[in-house]
Design a protein around this ligand. Structure first.
Ligand code: KIV
Ligand code: ZN
Length: 515
């Protein structure tokens, strides 16, 4: 008989700690609803003590989500645990996840606490959390560099205090699969009371082994994996949910485990997270990358046509990708559009939102003969959806570049409803466009990242641009999509400026310097 593997998603907490991935309360609620639809067991909705905004978002998610446990992170101190307990109080099922570092390097330099003090704080935090919920998780931060005997001591103490889940994090992405699996196995063997709890793993991807380490821990006995959509997270990210889930499903012969995940929701969830956070998915990313199911070499194409399993170990349909990718065109009506939007699992809040997206679809279909699923998804991107109400709005652009000449760009955009025409020059057309916008806006922002992705295949494809800007300690990501990549760049730049300009509270635990 197979056992259950608990999927704990921390996109809204650890994922949000990626630069510029900070979200508003409404964005977090939107993602939480999609995670519920995906079937994750636990949604780590945030870190309640980090900011009033994060507290409010966790509470709102706890009020909204019914079929997943809603969890808040808390350091092992009274204020954090009480805030976490209060934030999850409306949840049908709520969890407090408390943590303290257990490695010599963290205890000495960060906490300035000795081993006895760490054990005492951990036990106190678990007992206090139990006043709010019976579902308490304890994490030993930097378990990877902690001494085994001390880990055993801490875990025995928190299990005796009533913790129900014990999480073993590779906080710095330092482990390798054989060692991590063995560490999990030894802990389960040595800790008294280990059979009373669920063992969990939480791996970061600094050496590119987060998924492999997580799966090794599962083979060593872990029955909860902490992960994020698209592997979003601090530095190189966390273990990617879609890779873990599809590995366990595809290699059921090895793992003999089930998850509650509806894998056909994977693609929609990946797109939603990428759109809201402004983090594009690399084309060769496992499972959800644009190339994950495309076969370029003739030998592979031939093999797949003759018998799909020759080169495919997963079916595109299993992750919610349609095999018939050309969906709509210029003559498609509102009903066909609505149906495809629903099939893609794109959450649409109102008829007005659908109508506005349909108008953008018609506009795009005038310029592009075949509209693919990815194009439809881009119509619902941040930049596209907020266009009407934003401070800066793209209107039009003309641009000239010629070999040997410095490119020139003329951008027309609105600033608070007032039309502005601005010109600039640069190294290339995108540089000239950014200079043209800046000649008027003078934002003083620093450009940290500029990336262009083709949304679909072929030169007719729309380009999806991400621009990451930093100003006054805030980092934001703007995105834009258009068949003309210079226009997409202008839209992305203005979208990032809108985020910098916006007074809407973005929730970012990282900015508060707490975790
Ligand atoms: O990476 C880590 O150690 C964490 C803990 C707070 C679980 O995110
Ligand atoms: Zn982490």
């Amino acid at each position: 008989m197979s056992e259950q593997l608990i999927i704990f998603d921390t996109t809204l907490r650890d994922g949000e700690q990626s630069p510029g991935a900070s979200m508003t309360k409404e964005e977090k609620i939107r993602i939480a609803k999609q995670l519920e639809k995906l079937g994750v067991d636990v949604i780590e909705a945030g870190f309640a003590a980090a900011s009033p905004g994060d507290f409010a978002a966790i509470k709102a998610i706890a009020e909204t989500v019914k079929n997943s446990t809603v969890c808040s992170l808390a350091r092992a101190n009274e204020n954090d645990v009480r805030k976490a307990g209060e934030a999850i109080s409306p949840a049908a099922r709520g969890r407090v996840h408390t943590f303290i570092a257990t490695s010599p390097i963290h205890m000495k330099n960060k906490l300035r606490m000795n081993e006895d003090q760490v054990v005492e704080a951990a036990v106190k935090a678990v007992k206090l959390a139990l006043e709010y919920t019976a579902d308490v998780e304890f994490s030993a931060e930097d378990a990877v560099r902690s001494e085994m005997d001390f880990l055993v001591r801490v875990f025995e103490a928190v299990i005796a205090a009533g913790a129900k889940t014990i999480n073993v994090p590779d906080t710095v992405g330092y482990s390798i699969p054989a060692l991590w699996g063995e560490r999990m196995r030894q802990l389960i063997e040595r800790v008294s009371g280990s059979n009373k709890v669920i063992w969990s793993t939480h791996c970061h991807n600094d050496l590119g082994m987060a998924v492999a380490n997580s799966l090794a821990a599962v083979m060593g006995g872990a029955r909860q994996v902490e992960c994020t959509i698209n592997g979003l997270g601090e530095r190189a990210g966390n273990a990617s949910l879609e890779e873990i889930v599809m590995a366990v499903k595809t290699r059921r012969d090895v793992f003999n485990l089930d998850t509650r995940i509806d894998t056909t929701q994977i693609m929609a969830t990946s797109k939603l997270v990428s759109t809201i956070t402004g983090y594009p998915v690399q084309p060769n990313k496992a499972v959800v990358g644009a190339n994950a199911f495309s076969h370029e070499s003739g030998i592979h194409q031939d093999g797949v046509l003759k018998h799909r399993e020759t080169y495919e170990i997963m079916r595109a349909e299993d992750i919610g990708l349609s095999t018939n990718k050309i969906v709509l065109g210029k003559l498609s009506g509102r009903n066909a559009f609505r149906q495809r939007v629903q099939e893609l699992g794109i959450p649409v809040e109102s008829e007005t939102e659908l109508n506005a997206a349909f108008a953008r679809f018609k506009d795009l279909a005038d310029r592009k003969s075949e509209i693919f699923d990815e194009d439809i998804q881009a119509l619902f991107s941040d930049e596209a959806m907020t266009h009407e109400k934003e401070f800066y709005q793209f209107i039009s652009l003309s641009q000239a570049s010629e070999t040997g000449e410095r490119p020139h760009s003329r951008v027309v955009f609105a600033e608070d409803g007032k039309e502005i025409v601005s010109e600039g020059q640069g190294n290339g057309p995108v540089d000239a466009t950014v200079h043209a916008i800046e000649a008027q806006v003078n934002s003083g922002a620093e450009l940290l990242l500029f990336s262009v992705n083709a949304i679909t295949t072929g030169t007719e494809s729309q380009g999806e641009v991400t621009m990451r800007l930093s100003k006054g300690g805030r980092i934001v990501n703007g995105t834009g999509a258009d068949p003309d990549i210079v226009v997409a760049s202008a839209k992305a730049y203005l979208s990032a400026l809108n985020k910098l300009h916006s007074k809407v509270e973005k929730i970012n635990p990282q900015a508060s310097g707490t975790v």
